[in-house]
Design a protein around this ligand. Structure first.
Ligand SMILES: [Zn+2]
Length: 237
């Protein structure tokens, strides 16, 4: 009698899940695993002058940002000691400004420092440094909510590589320090993922910010190409 009751409840639960598949879907989404985007070193390993940043292609990561402001924080304690804190703060502000400028509004808000030192979906969007595998320049982790909106983002820059900043003039595409990765160049790409843009790994996209390979001395990702602008407007909340 008792086991028969249990059996009945099991059937009722299965029927409910069949009728309301969104129930099980929502339960899955609240504890979802992140989407991970890797910016690789190389291919080609030497930066080349821009030939066509007017290719009109972009990839959509599958989510949009929240319509309100998204905070970002920097874990300064993980930063290489040779990088000045003020410079890093200013460079990241520039990268976020460039991206939101494509849509003509404000989406990102600098919220100071963070103590988060490994990626987690804790509601704090943190930019940090860690030793990543060789060949990975930077990684971005994205979490989304059940409505397909950004729930969390963390970006990690690889401490295995040397970082620097060179002002981009619009024509010095590969004019950064040759032995380093340019912080603004790589960051603008990574924060493009925060907006909802995906990676482009085909050679046709090599002059766009969302090209998934980075070179030492490269600066051209600091400004957006046509495809990046089209993409930023398409994913605008
Ligand atoms: Zn990427």
């Amino acid at each position: 009698m008792w086991t028969k009751g249990l059996y009945l409840w099991g059937i009722i639960l299965i029927v409910l899940l069949l009728i309301f598949p969104s129930f099980s879907q929502a339960a899955k989404n609240t504890n979802n695993s992140p989407r991970i985007f890797i910016q690789y070193f190389g291919k080609p390993t030497v930066c080349r002058q821009t030939t066509n940043d007017q290719v009109n292609i972009f990839g959509w990561g599958g989510w949009k940002m929240q319509s309100g402001l998204t905070d970002y924080r920097i874990n300064y304690s993980t930063m290489p000691s040779y990088l000045p804190r003020e410079l890093v703060t200013a460079v990241f502000d520039l990268s976020f400004s460039t991206l939101q400028g494509a849509g003509g509004g404000i989406l990102f808000h600098s919220a100071g420092s963070s103590t988060e030192s490994s990626p987690s979906n804790n509601g704090q969007n943190t930019i940090m440094w860690k030793a990543l595998p060789v060949g990975y320049v930077a990684i971005t982790y994205i979490w989304t909510d059940a409505n397909g909106r950004l729930a969390g983002a963390d970006t990690i820059f690889n401490t295995r590589y040397r970082w620097s900043y060179t002002h981009y003039t619009g024509s010095n595409d590969c004019g950064g320090l040759k032995s380093t990765f340019d912080l603004r160049d790589v960051a603008t790409h990574e924060f493009g993922h925060w907006m909802g843009l995906g990676d482009l790994y085909n050679l046709e996209a090599r002059d766009l910010t969302m090209y998934g390979y980075a070179s030492r001395g490269e600066l051209k990702k600091s400004t957006l190409g046509l495809g990046d602008i089209t993409g930023a407007r398409a994913v605008w909340p």
